[in-house]
Design a protein around this ligand. Structure first.
Ligand SMILES: [Zn+2]
Length: 155
């Protein structure tokens, strides 16, 4: 299923409103992240999701079901990972919720393992949280060889 490419979601229905966030490079060459442009309160719905539904994953898709992935390069596809995330992405309801108060300019972060069975690519995590897992995988996959070496070197 390919949703009409020129569809523009109406912010009035809770779809992401470009006035509420920006997608920007973290640092030159470091990849993009999503930053709040207003305060969010813990427990607040940040946005409903929309996008293109694909039968495969890419680096920026989120899993709806196995083999069903949502691609949204305007908003949710660029949420950064954190092992102590400040948003929860509900892929059944297609909603994003604030898990804590988020100040304007704060980056919105999610735990990729909360939605993905398998990642497009496993990666080392530098989120800095006290419970950082150090190497990020999907929830149904094992740490790969590179990850094992990374975790061993990290101690
Ligand atoms: Zn981490």
């Amino acid at each position: 299923m390919l949703i009409q490419a020129d569809f523009t979601p109406e912010p009035d229905f809770g779809f992401p409103n470009p006035h509420d966030y920006k997608v920007e490079e973290r640092e030159p060459g470091k990849g993009k992240a999503v930053y709040a442009l207003r305060d969010y309160k813990r427990g607040e719905m940040i946005a409903r999701l929309t996008g293109t539904v694909l039968p495969y994953r890419t680096q920026h898709t989120l899993q709806i079901n196995p083999g069903v992935h949502l691609l949204d390069l305007e908003f949710v596809g660029y949420l950064a990972h954190s092992c102590a995330p400040n948003v929860f992405v509900d892929m059944q309801a297609l909603e994003v919720w604030a898990l804590e108060d988020i100040p304007a300019q704060g980056s919105l972060t999610m735990d990729y393992a909360s939605t993905e069975d398998f990642l497009y690519r496993q990666f080392p995590c530098l989120c800095g949280s006290s419970n950082c897992r150090g190497w990020i995988t999907g929830r149904k996959e094992r740490v790969n060889e590179e990850g094992l070496r990374h975790l061993e070197a990290r101690g």
